[in-house]
Design a protein around this ligand. Structure first.
Ligand SMILES: Cc1ncc(COP(=O)(O)O)c(C=O)c1O
Length: 509
């Protein structure tokens, strides 16, 4: 949280320098909001575009604060017939709120609202030395967990009873309840989503000499898990509509060595599962769904994760439900499931303690993690509804701005909207990275889409018959907006206003 800094005039410059060093993306300096009264509206628009705040503070030749000017003031005056060469002095607002820089924060805070979003703070000579605004008081995170249900009670129960490792009732309960929720039969809880993938592949006996087809656009854990097994990943492009693995590209890359396909339900939108399963059947391949980002998503009425031979989930802190760190694997076959249960626990025989038939792993989930998971599961429908509702709200904001391709939503799919992600059109007159920086200047965290795997050092030399037009494009232009289920109305209004300010000032150029 960035607090309004109360400074004397002498301290102001030093403070600004420190802030600059600390965070290039923080709310802009007061200097970036100032404009001289003899400047033109065109110059004011440039100041507003650079500071991304939708406002500038007007100063006299003696540096005293004499007015304020918003992008709305400029727009209204242009509509009325004023020109871009009109002087700032002619149309600036003379009635505005300002405070002495040493005013108590509570008084300033009380005055800030959706109408008064920025307040100049002046020294004893009425020279602006700082300002207050919503984004300096508050940072909206890209994602945060909501843990105010039974999480604390269940974790306390583990501690009180001493069941804090991987033995204990919550692990079994979490496996059973999550599998029931999704409609899966065999579930293995593990310590995170990455080892879930590795365990799934290991249980299917994927090993050196095999090839596994993975999409170019995903979190690195998907491909890393393949590498851990000794198999060779084959990276293929994604399709333009769902941003998930391209069917044509899978087909192009199947060889006699191919053993499995790993569809990733990216950002919560399901892959084309019928086509993937048909290809797998034709070529006798396994399908391992990476559903880390797609809790609650459905393909033609079925929960993702219940279609392939195996499927994995992540319950990392930013996921739709969380266990802090955590993961789950679903299996279609009882035999694979039983093998995974052994591999999860050091490869130790279930009937003969300390006898090992396999080189296994310690991938167990703790009872503490599962306790959190059980409490989260009690609210899973509420969380997913909140995500879908948030997507509707963002869709309406972005439609209004008009420079975005909205997140995928095929008619056969229920998108879980884990992280609301849209594509900034290339003709938007602002780059994706500049947009992210300007959002941060308004106290709003955003996230870039993953880098394409084929560009990164550990993966770029793997052979493939694919070219990567779609993943390159989505990666370069994709941006995710804050997607916590407990985002507040005030935060949403701030996001709407920031988008409005940024795009209005660009369009006015
Ligand atoms: C697509 C995908 N696969 C796998 C993982 C790995 O999950 P974890 O972070 O729980 O290891 C993630 C995590 O963010 C992911 O997004």
């Amino acid at each position: 949280m960035v607090m309004v800094v109360m400074v004397t005039a002498a301290m102001a410059t030093e403070n600004l320098n420190r802030r600059k060093q600390r965070n290039m993306n923080a709310a802009p300096d007061i200097k970036e909001l100032l404009i001289a009264e003899n400047k033109t509206l065109k110059q004011a628009l440039e100041v507003i575009e650079n500071n991304a705040q939708g406002i500038c503070f007007v100063v006299s030749a003696e540096s005293k604060l004499v007015g304020i000017l918003t992008d709305g003031d400029i727009r209204r005056n242009l509509i009325k017939g004023k020109s871009l060469d009109t002087s700032v002095k002619e149309i600036m607002q003379l009635n505005f709120t300002s405070f002495k820089v040493d005013t108590a924060q509570s008084i300033i805070q009380e005055k800030l609202s959706h109408i008064i979003r920025h307040i100049p703070l002046v020294d004893e000579n009425n020279v602006p030395v700082d300002y207050a605004c919503f984004s300096r008081l508050h940072r909206t995170p890209i994602m945060q967990p909501l843990l105010n249900g039974n999480e604390l009670a269940y974790v306390s129960d583990c501690i009180k009873t001493g069941w804090i490792s991987s033995q204990g009732a919550y692990v079994k309960r979490f496996e059973k309840e999550f599998a029931e929720y999704c409609g899966a039969e065999y579930a293995v809880a593990v310590s995170n989503g990455t080892v879930a993938l590795h365990l799934a592949l290991a249980a299917l006996d994927i090993k050196e000499g095999d090839e596994v087809i993975v999409p170019d656009l995903t979190f690195a854990a998907s491909i890393n898990a393949v590498v851990y097994t000794g198999a060779t990943p084959v990276i293929v492009d994604v399709d333009k509509t769902t941003w998930t693995i391209s069917i044509a590209d899978i087909e192009k890359n199947i060889t006699p060595k191919t053993k499995a396909i790993m569809p990733v339900h990216l950002y919560g939108h399901p892959c084309h599962m019928d086509e993937i399963m048909a290809l797998a059947k034709k070529h006798n391949l396994y399908v391992v769904e990476d559903a880390a980002e797609a809790i609650g998503a459905k393909y033609k009425g079925k929960h993702v994760g219940t279609i392939g031979d195996a499927a994995t989930f992540s319950f990392f802190g930013n996921k739709t439900i969380t266990t802090g760190e955590g993961g789950m694997v679903f299996f279609k076959s009882k035999e694979m499931y039983e093998k995974a249960m052994v591999l999860r626990d050091h490869g130790m025989s279930k009937t003969r303690r300390y006898w090992h038939d396999h080189v296994g792993f310690n991938y167990r989930m703790t009872n503490l993690q599962a306790a959190i998971g059980c409490a989260q599961l009690e609210r899973i429908s509420e969380f997913i509804d909140a995500k879908r509702n948030l997507a509707k709200i963002y869709n309406s904001y972005l439609k209004e701005v008009g420079c975005f391709i909205l997140p995928p939503q095929e008619e056969w799919a229920v998108n879980g909207y884990w992280l609301y992600t849209a594509i900034l059109k290339e003709d938007a007159l602002i780059s994706r990275d500049d947009l992210m920086q300007k959002m941060m200047m308004n106290g709003i965290e955003t996230r870039a889409v993953f880098f394409p795997l084929h560009e990164m050092p550990p993966y770029k030399n793997y052979e493939t018959k694919s070219t990567f037009e779609n993943s390159d494009y989505i990666s370069k232009q994709g941006i995710s907006l804050p997607s916590s289920v407990n985002i507040t109305e005030e935060e949403l209004q701030n996001i709407k206003q920031a988008l409005h300010n940024i795009f209005i000032s660009i369009k006015a150029r």
